[in-house]
Structures are given as structure tokens and as C-alpha cells.
Design a protein around this ligand. Structure first.
Ligand code: NAD
Length: 492
């Protein structure tokens, strides 16, 4: 099989009970290529009936799937891993066309997704919960994990090929049924993923796809046949989803937005740090929850580091994601581009020094694309909007501080706590930041603190609502409940 990569594409479909269906709700929206402005597909939104149909099929499938030996349950995942490997290039091209990022970034994202499928193939070992003979006189105790039913995940636009795989492989490997509600802004890569899932050999109803917007999400969160929900997206929606799902008695984990800091000390390798800083802030057009865009620099190296950042930022090529020369692709929509432009204007109005202005960028042949080039501010202050709010564009601000203590203080004042990075040559500084930073992911001499699939992924404060995070072992806890067996066999 080959996956169709060249748009225009047929309308996006739901995948329910092993079959493709057009969503039957009344609303929907066009899918637009962010680089060309061309309409490349259409996604209809699912009705309550569509949600009911998926949940019922999931419940029916769960009966047998949860009783299927674990070794059999992971066979379709091995198949899926191979299908993803075989079709990675096609998936990456689809991803570029509907999202706007570069081909290298799309491939990187898919690799991270595949990693999660690989990790979930180890469920037979990871799902074991423990056994203790002679826990009490003549008594053995055994803990077992049991799957719970039908789970859903609601995912954002910025990593449409990876984030569904933070959840899906673990949900089904542990014996649950799973329903994905992808972002309505770029749902085609999820549809292609499900074309591969259809081929991988899962029983009907075990893995399903339901497209839609707010009403579809609420339908899933309110449905009594759903046991738990995972959410990834902006903070206001994460908080609402968390509250709504919890009020309905469901397990819930909700990952929100971010505002991440880099600390650069006088002992850092400044050239290395500048390259990683620009990449962290601007890769994927800055549309990453791990983008670090507030750069807090020790006074003594502030001027030198600022010059290096400006040199690196100015060298970035903005363009069409499928062109080899492109470093930074298009932003998701004209509305989002305009929001980022407004935030840049707020930086100027609130007194930051605009050192590099990316607003006038032009990309030949792509005049209708949503492009912005790297934009660098100097002398930013903690109260400024561009320091407090998530920008989600290729914009960064530099700030001078006296020392690492002040840098940590600035960073920990943020309402968000998703990630941070430290560039230093000093182990004592590294230890201090490691102990005091109030963030979920921390890089030391690493610009983007993205955990591999066998570690959990999640932030703190307004970046996360819940306790168990995405990926790895946390997912096994989220998708199972534990029962204790206490056994004694007296002589009869
Ligand atoms: P978003 O919150 O607009 O949408 C995310 C999902 O929620 C989509 O599927 C959407 O259909 C649904 N949704 C939107 N509004 C809703 C509402 N009112 N009620 C119920 N559901 C709703 O987010 P986005 O713009 O797609 O993604 C970008 C955001 O996601 C950024 O803030 C980014 O930081 C965050 N993000 C966080 C992480 C993380 O791990 N913390 C990872 C990736 C992205």
C-alpha cells in the first residue's frame, strides 16, 4: 500500500468499528496548507451519534481485547511499528503539507512517535505489578494490573504525528480500547496513521478515530462509557478539560501551554549555547511546548552572547517545508501569525529593544504563506507580555541578570513550568538549577529538553493538570488499576 501524499485530498473520515465513515455533524472546516494558502482537504465534525457509535464499539471490543493474552495484544503493535517505518517518508510529507514545518522536523517528530510504539511492545514486562511469597505467615501476595475500558486522547495541532502516539500504543497494549480526537487544524496525518492501523491487525473497535472540535470533545468527556481522557493543548482548554472530565468521574491528565527559559552562565560555551538557543526558540516555527524563548544571561557575557544569537538567528532560512534549504517553515494559520505579530508589537510598545525584526520576511513563490522570520528582543523584563505569555512563534527575548540565583528567581516566577535549559561549564551551577528549577523537563547544555519515550513527559504549574504524565511507565499506571490477591492454602 502507498499513502496518498499529494493534495487535494478527499474529506477526512472517522474510523469507527473497523470502517471508514464521514463525520455526521453539521459543522466542519477546510484544511489549508499553511505555506501556500491552498485548501487541501476538509474535516467534518462528529455528532453525538458518531461519539456514541465509537464508544459502543470500543466497549464491545474491550470485552475480548482485555482478555486477549498480552503477547497476542502486542503483535499488531509490532506490525504497526514496521508499517510506520515503511511509510515514514509519506507520513512526513503529509505532515509538512498540512502543518507547515520542515521535512526534517516532520521526520524527527515521527521517529519520536515510533519510539512510543517500540516501548509499548515491552508491555508484557512493564505491566507486571509484583509478587511477594510469605508476605505474612503462609500467605503470598500478588498485585496485578487490569485494563479499565475505553479511553480517549484529545491532541493539539503542533505535533499531529507524534502526540497521538504518546497514548495510543500504551492504551491498547495494556488491554484497553482507545479513541483519538486529533486537532481539527491538521487531521490528515492522523487519518494516514489510521490507514496503517487498519492494516496492522487490531480487532475492530480497539483503536478508533473521531474527528471534530469543541462539541466532539465535550461529547467524549461527558460520555459515561469513557473511563479516562488524556489532553494536550493550550492551558485554558487543558484546565477546562481537566475539570470537566474529573467532575464526570474520569481519570484525566491534561498537558497545557508553556513559557520556557534558558539560563546562560559566564562559564558556558557561548557559541554552542547560541546555536542551541536559536534552534530551541525557532525550530518548528517556535510552535513547540518545549521552545525556550526567554533567555536569561549572566551580565558579564550578555553582549557577547547577544551578538552570537543575532548572528545565528539571521542565518536561518525561512521557506517552504519541503525545500531542503528551509530551516523554518510556515505558522499554522494566518490568525495565529497575526497573534504572534501582535505579541511582537506589544514587545516594542512595552519597551523591549527590537534587535532583529522578522516581520518583513518574504518567501518567493509562497506569497500567501504564514511566514515569520526569527525575531530577537534585547533588554526584556519579567513583567512584559512577551516574557509572561506563550508566543508559539520564532521570537525570543534576552535579559541580563547578576547571577544564577537571579536567573532561577526570574524563571520560577513564571506561571508555567514545562521546561528549561541551562548552559554552563560549572557543575555547581548545574546542581543548583537542577535542585531549584520548578519545571518538569530540564536540559543541561541541551537546548530542548525532550524526553525519550521510555521516560515520562509532562510539566508543572499551569503547564499540567493531573498527576500521571504522558509516555513510558506513567501511561501504564494511567491505563490500569491494581488488584491485590492475598492467598493462603491451609491443609484440608
Ligand atoms: P488547543 O487547546 O487550541 O487545542 C487542543 C485540542 O483541544 C484540539 O484537539 C481542539 O479540538 C480541542 N479544543 C480546542 N478548544 C477546546 C475547547 N474549548 N473545549 C474542548 N476542546 C477544545 O491547542 P492547539 O492550539 O492545538 O495546540 C497548541 C497548544 O498546545 C500550545 O499551548 C502548546 O504549548 C500546547 N502543547 C502542550 C504540550 C505539552 O506537552 N504540555 C505539547 C504540545 C502542545
Amino acid at each position: 500500500m502507498t499513502l496518498e501524499t499529494a493534495p487535494p485530498w478527499d474529506d477526512v473520515q472517522n474510523y469507527i468499528d473497523g470502517d471508514w465513515h464521514a463525520p455526521s455533524g453539521t459543522d466542519g472546516q477546510d484544511i489549508v496548507d499553511p505555506a501556500t494558502g491552498e485548501t487541501i482537504s476538509y474535516v467534518g465534525f462528529s455528532s453525538t451519534d458518531d461519539v456514541d457509535a465509537a464508544v459502543s464499539a470500543g466497549q464491545a471490543a474491550f470485552e475480548e481485547w482485555s482478555e486477549t493474552p498480552v503477547e497476542e495484544r502486542i503483535q499488531p503493535l509490532f506490525e504497526l511499528k514496521q508499517l510506520l517505518e515503511d511509510h515514514q517518508e509519506e507520513l512526513a510529507e503529509v505532515l509538512v503539507r498540512e502543518h507547515g514545518k520542515t521535512l526534517a522536523e516532520a521526520n524527527g517528530e515521527l521517529r519520536r512517535g515510533i519510539e512510543n510504539v517500540e516501548v509499548a511492545c515491552g508491555i508484557p514486562s512493564m505491566m507486571q505489578a509484583g509478587h511477594l511469597p510469605n508476605a505474612a505467615p503462609d500467605i503470598d501476595e500478588t498485585a496485578i494490573r487490569k485494563p479499565l475500558g475505553v479511553f480517549t486522547a484529545i491532541t493539539p495541532f503542533n505535533f499531529p504525528g507524534m502526540i497521538p502516539l504518546w497514548f495510543l500504543p500504551y492504551a491498547v497494549a495494556t488491554g484497553n480500547a482507545f479513541i483519538l480526537k486529533p486537532s481539527e487544524q491538521d487531521p490528515v496525518v492522523a487519518q494516514r496513521l489510521f490507514e496503517l492501523i487498519d492494516e496492522a491487525g487490531f480487532p475492530d473497535g480497539v483503536v478508533q478515530l473521531v474527528n471534530g472540535g469543541v462539541d466532539t470533545v465535550n461529547g467524549l468527556l461527558d460520555h459515561e462509557g469513557i473511563q479516562g481522557a488524556s489532553f494536550v493543548g493550550s492551558t485554558p482548554v487543558a484546565e477546562t478539560v481537566y475539570e470537566r472530565a474529573a467532575a464526570n468521574g474520569k481519570r484525566v491528565q491534561a498537558q497545557g501551554g508553556a513559557k520556557n527559559h534558558i539560563i546562560v552562565t559566564e562559564s558556558a560555551n557561548l557559541e554552542f549555547a547560541a546555536a542551541k538557543t536559536v534552534s530551541s526558540a525557532c525550530a518548528c516555527g517556535g510552535e513547540r511546548c518545549l521552545a525556550n524563548d526567554v533567555i536569561v544571561v549572566e551580565e558579564g557575557v550578555y553582549d557577547e552572547f547577544t551578538d552570537l544569537v543575532l548572528e545565528e538567528a539571521a542565518a536561518q532560512t525561512v521557506g517552504y517545508g519541503l525545500d531542503d534549504a528551509t530551516d523554518i517553515g510556515a505558522l499554522i494559520t494566518p490568525e495565529h501569525e497575526s497573534r504572534v505579530r501582535d505579541l511582537i508589537a506589544s514587545g516594542v510598545e512595552e519597551g523591549a529593544e527590537l534587535l532583529l525584526d522578522g516581520r518583513d520576511v518574504e518567501v518567493d513563490g509562497y506569497e500567501d504563506g504564514n511566514f515569520l522570520a526569527p525575531t530577537v528582543f534585547g533588554d526584556v523584563e519579567p513583567e512584559m507580555t512577551i516574557v509572561r505569555e506563550e508566543i508559539f512563534g520564532p521570537v525570543l527575548g534576552l535579559m541580563a541578570v547578576d547571577d544564577v540565583d537571579e536567573a532561577i528567581d526570574v524563571m520560577n516566577r513564571s506561571e508555567f513550568g514545562n521546561a528549561a535549559s541551562l548552559f554552563t561549564g560549572d557543575g555547581a551551577d548545574a546542581r543548583k538549577v537542577r535542585h531549584e528549577a520548578d519545571v518538569g523537563n530540564l536540559g543541561v547544555n541541551a537546548g530542548t529538553a525532550a524526553p525519550m519515550a521510555f521516560f515520562h513527559f509532562g510539566g508543572r504549574k499551569d503547564s499540567f493538570f493531573g498527576d500521571l504524565h504522558a509516555q513510558g511507565e506513567d501511561m501504564i499506571h494511567f491505563y490500569t488499576d491494581k488488584t491485590i490477591y492475598i492467598e493462603r492454602w491451609p491443609d484440608s
